[in-house]
Design a protein around this ligand. Structure first.
Ligand SMILES: Nc1ncnc2c1ncn2[C@@H]1O[C@H](COP(=O)(O)OP(=O)(O)OP(=O)(O)O)[C@@H](O)[C@H]1O
Length: 355
């Protein structure tokens, strides 16, 4: 089956520096894909290549099976929204949106009608005649989104569209963009360095590192089944324990044996065992000494409202462990610094990764 958009072996260098290396990516109809990664990993360059502002040195860019690498940006028919609103200050909201329709050759009457429809779509019908300076940051970004969507683009490209906004507006716009994208069914690629944004908005997250795709998958896959240490460390928080593989379902950490889900690594391989803080089970000292249970000393706690974060020193494993307990945790009141507890690292919650 042909994907809607396919990138095959896309590579790009700036001078001697290799910024993208062998990027393969398929985007399916209706999908919302986030390019996520640390600063400098190449995500913006990749979006600019899809957009046509930048040319790849190698590889193919196929839309519905057709190579579009040679097409200039305007001929691609994509809608783009940048971090800065990039609205024309001398045009009203309605005129800014209509401006995006000029290349379609629509008549003035049609453009005005479409512009009103789009303002309605982004909840700004009452602000049609305002100039950008009279609109809040969030409203300006909604106008920019409406402008990008007005010509019915074949692809919507968003480059950190929320990063200039304050936290509250950002959170509400996240939901709005996501809902709009689903309603219109428009294939969308968004660049962000904010993992929470990527996990909450995307159908699929493409995590990039040093110009390569480290892992692509649903938010749940990246969070629960990271394939590399980089993914485990970048998406959410993870305790990491140096380990040696003992058997298909056992590893050794220091002098202790841990049972884990089946691992693909060879016996004797050096590995890292990862466990999320919220999956560490904390019990009263002496309670529940099953497999993967260890004594630990509480170093400190941090009250976070709906949960409590705890730092524990676990001597048998030779590391500090971070745990997160729900607010109503029954051991919660006994958690005073220096007290001893037992922790369990449940078998199913351990990710065993190559070192
Ligand atoms: N026009 C250019 N000329 C030279 N180097 C460039 C150019 N554009 C980007 N780079 C370099 O390419 C690398 C990747 O940049 P890119 O902007 O794609 O990364 P990014 O992941 O989007 O990072 P950020 O989140 O900081 O924007 C960086 O090292 C950057 O300095």
């Amino acid at each position: 089956m042909t994907s809607y958009l396919s990138l095959r072996g896309v590579g790009k260098s700036f001078g001697a520096s290799r910024v993208l290396d062998g990027i393969d990516l398929d985007v399916e109809p209706g999908e919302f894909v986030c390019l996520l990664g640390p600063s400098g990993c190449g995500k913006t360059t990749l979006l600019r290549i899809v957009c046509g502002i930048e040319r790849a040195d190698q590889g193919q860019l196929l839309l519905n099976g057709q190579d579009i690498a040679g097409l200039p940006p305007a001929a691609r028919g994509f809608g783009v929204v940048f971090q800065s609103y990039a609205l024309f200050p001398n045009l009203t909201a309605a005129q800014n949106i209509a401006y995006g329709l000029h290349p379609t050759g629509a008549l003035a009457r049609e453009m005005a009608k479409r512009s009103r429809e789009m303002l309605d779509l982004v909840g700004l019908a009452a602000h049609a005649d305002k100039y950008p300076v009279q609109l809040s940051g969030g409203q300006q970004q909604r106008v920019a989104l409406a402008r990008a969507l007005a010509p019915n683009p074949r692809l919507l490209l968003l480059d950190e569209p929320l990063s200039a906004l304050d936290a509250q507006v950002r959170a509400s716009l996240r939901g709005e963009i996501r809902a709009l994208q689903k309603r219109l069914g428009i294939v969308t690629i968004m660049v962000t360095h904010d993992q929470e944004e990527a996990l909450s908005m995307a159908d699929r997250v493409v995590l990039m590192h040093d110009g390569r795709i480290e892992q692509a998958g649903t938010p749940g896959e990246l969070y629960h089944r990271p394939r590399t240490r980089f993914v485990a460390g970048f998406v959410g928080r993870m305790n990491m324990l140096p380990a040696t593989v003992l058997a298909g379902d056992r590893v050794r950490v220091r002098d202790s044996e841990l049972h884990c889900a089946p691992v693909a690594l060879q016996v004797g391989a050096q590995a890292t065992v990862g466990i999320r803080p919220e999956q560490v089970v904390v019990r009263r000292f002496g309670d529940g000494l099953g497999a993967n249970s260890f004594a630990a000393r509480l170093l400190d706690t941090e009250f976070l409202g709906n949960r409590t974060a705890a730092r524990l020193a676990c001597e048998p494993l030779g590391i500090e462990i971070e745990a997160e307990l729900p607010a109503d945790h029954r051991v919660g009141e006994a958690l005073v610094p220096s007290s001893m507890v037992h922790i369990e690292l449940p078998q199913h919650a351990l990710s065993v990764l190559a070192r």
